[in-house]
Write a protein that binds this ligand. Structure first.
Ligand code: IPD
Ligand code: CA
Ligand code: CA
Length: 257
């Protein structure tokens, strides 16, 4: 690897802070210019586009050889083994409603393996970071997954795919099956933040189907570096994962599909 990852993490953290400033400059005040994408439930705003444009230009100015995959603009080819995977605003539905749980997610892969992850929640001022093999941190302090070993005491996160209105395979049957066994369920509205909450033990576990790489690239590394595991539970609907400590992941998997 031809890169100082600690220095690169400092850069990625600074870019996440700046993207968060872009979010906050629009949040609850400016014209959001809301449009729909894949379905009527899938929205994009001016802030998503502006944050993505900022991140791509910052990455390309510093690392012109690196590829970038961004949710709003797709693949930007590079000429090296490095690829940045960015979701400029994860939780756009929350953001556009004025709800304060949303994030920017920045992952960096080397030859397909994620080695750096940053997720920043600007309203909460929570910066989650991880480098492969170096642990996971919230605002510089180490975080660890929770140690619960039964569903009865567990609070889990989940989400629902954007085609939920037309496709009955929409996670509602899973919810109906598992909810009676849980202390609680939360629908945070940002997959990146669900994963960070799992990494820090604020959630005891998380599952969701039909995600995209930009939703989870950084967050999966953050969970793994916090001592958790992330496993796929099916392979027919994009990225479908369960996260938590090993026991919790096994217990969730027994009740969902
Ligand atoms: C969405 C959020 C949401 C999840 C959706 C994602 P977006 O991302 O992460 O929590 O349930 O599947 O697409 O559209 O806000 O970037
Ligand atoms: Ca997303
Ligand atoms: Ca997004």
């Amino acid at each position: 690897m031809d890169l100082d990852l600690k220095e690169t993490l400092d850069l990625a953290t600074a870019w996440a802070l700046k993207a968060g400033e872009i979010h906050l400059s629009y949040f609850r005040k400016r014209d959001l210019d809301i449009h729909t994408k894949s379905t009527v439930y899938d929205v994009v705003t001016r802030a998503d586009k502006e944050a993505e444009a900022f991140l791509i230009s910052a990455i390309q100015a510093r690392f012109p050889q690196h590829a970038v995959l961004g949710e709003e603009t797709g693949e930007h080819a590079g000429a090296s083994g490095w690829r940045w995977v960015i979701d400029p605003l994860d939780g756009t539905n929350n953001f556009s409603q004025g709800l304060p749980i949303f994030t920017v997610s920045i992952g960096l892969q080397y030859q397909g393996e994620t080695v750096l992850g940053v997720v920043y929640a600007p309203c909460l001022r929570e910066m989650y970071t991880a480098l492969k093999g170096e642990g996971a941190f919230l605002n510089g302090q180490p975080v660890h997954v929770g140690n619960k070993s039964d569903l009865e005491h567990a609070v889990l996160g989940t989400g629902f795919p954007y085609d939920k209105g037309s496709n009955p395979d929409n996670n509602i049957a899973n919810l109906a099956t598992i909810l009676p066994h849980l202390r609680g369920i939360r629908r945070m509205g940002t997959a990146a933040y669900d994963l960070c909450c799992t990494a820090a033990g604020w959630l005891d576990g998380y599952w969701e189907l039909a995600l995209n790489l930009w939703d989870v690239c950084a967050g999966v590394l953050i969970v793994e570096e916090a001592g958790g595991i992330v496993v796929p539970f099916r392979n027919d609907r994009g990225i479908s994962i369960v996260a938590g400590n090993r026991t919790m992941v096994d217990l969730i998997r027994e009740r969902i599909n």
